[in-house]
Ligand binder design. Structure first.
Ligand code: MGP
Ligand code: SAH
Length: 252
């Protein structure tokens, strides 16, 4: 120790103190992050949603940035890669997402298209979708609307109408063949298509993997002249997840 010893020591102590505080802060942050995650996972187990929580980064790659979900959101959000694919197929014109949910599809549409209108009957879903879109930095490219698509349809016009309605919950998979006439909510698939085709000349329908393909053909043939139909199987990590039907009015 010399006559400046005290100040040197306190400087060293100070540096040491800073390091310790930084480590402590990081450790505290990590502990609270872990606690939040385990509480979240516990809630997910209680609600039977663990399977979806384990796939959270497939649903939203930015999940950890604060994505908001509710129960229906967990089991019905379109996984990000499939939603991105939908967006690449729907073009860059006006896309109307008629059953927005927590925004899985609307966010990806906004990454590609000039203008997205996102409709959902449930105000909390729209709030979550808006919040989730802000995490992806695209909320200002989407017009969020709370409303019943069937009632609003006569006032909507766009290039593509995208439909991912409720399938009746996860039980859709319990039947061998999914019947769009009796199982889709809140109205049957024939009524849904009849309304949707008045909104845009391209109608995209996201459906269960066990859907009756003959019914999709029936929809396109119900019009005169018939609309073109393309049926696509959507796989994720090798697993067959869902079917997307693309209907196009030939006149355009
Ligand atoms: P899933 O029931 O999670 O099947 O749905 P998965 O992953 O094959 O599960 P498993 O138990 O058979 O192994 C697959 C995907 O379908 C989900 O990620 C959603 O994108 C979509 N999906 C599921 N439901 C119940 C709905 C729904 O009600 N509406 C909409 N629009 N999409 C749904
Ligand atoms: N594609 C969405 C998931 C849609 S889930 C995503 O990726 O997040 C189906 C949604 O349809 C639910 O959020 C439900 O609130 C909404 N819905 C049900 N009936 C509706 C109606 N009549 N009009 C608009 N939205 C409706």
């Amino acid at each position: 120790m010399d006559e400046n010893g005290e100040s040197q020591t306190s400087e060293l102590d100070g540096r040491h103190e800073i390091t310790t505080t930084g480590k402590k802060k990081r450790a505290r942050r990590l502990r609270s992050h872990r606690r939040a995650l385990s509480e979240f996972a516990l809630q997910a187990v209680k609600e039977g949603l663990l399977k979806y929580w384990l796939q959270r980064y497939l649903l939203f790659s930015r999940f950890d940035d604060g994505i908001k979900m509710d129960e229906e959101g967990w089991f019905s959000v379109t996984p990000e890669l499939i939603a991105r694919h939908h967006a690449s197929r729907c073009g860059n014109g006006i896309v109307i997402d008629c059953f927005t949910g927590v925004g899985g599809n609307a966010i990806q549409f906004a990454m590609k298209s000039s203008h997205v209108i996102a409709v959902d009957i449930n105000p909390q879903k729209i709030e979550y979708a808006q919040h989730n879109a802000s995490i992806y930095g695209v909320n200002d490219r989407i017009d969020f609307v709370v409303g019943d698509f069937f009632q609003m349809a006569c006032r909507l016009k766009g290039d593509t109408v995208f439909l991912s309605p409720p399938w009746g919950g996860p039980d859709y998979a319990k039947v061998v063949t999914y019947d769009i006439r009796s199982m889709l909510k809140p109205h049957d698939g024939y009524h849904l298509f009849k309304i949707a085709k008045t909104v845009a000349s391209k109608v995209v329908l996201f459906l269960p993997r066990n859907v009756d393909i003959n019914q999709l053909a029936e929809l396109s043939l119900s019009l005169n002249p018939p609309w073109e139909l393309e049926v696509e199987k959507n796989f994720l990590n090798g697993k067959f997840k869902a079917i997307t039907a693309y209907f196009n009015c030939r006149a355009t």
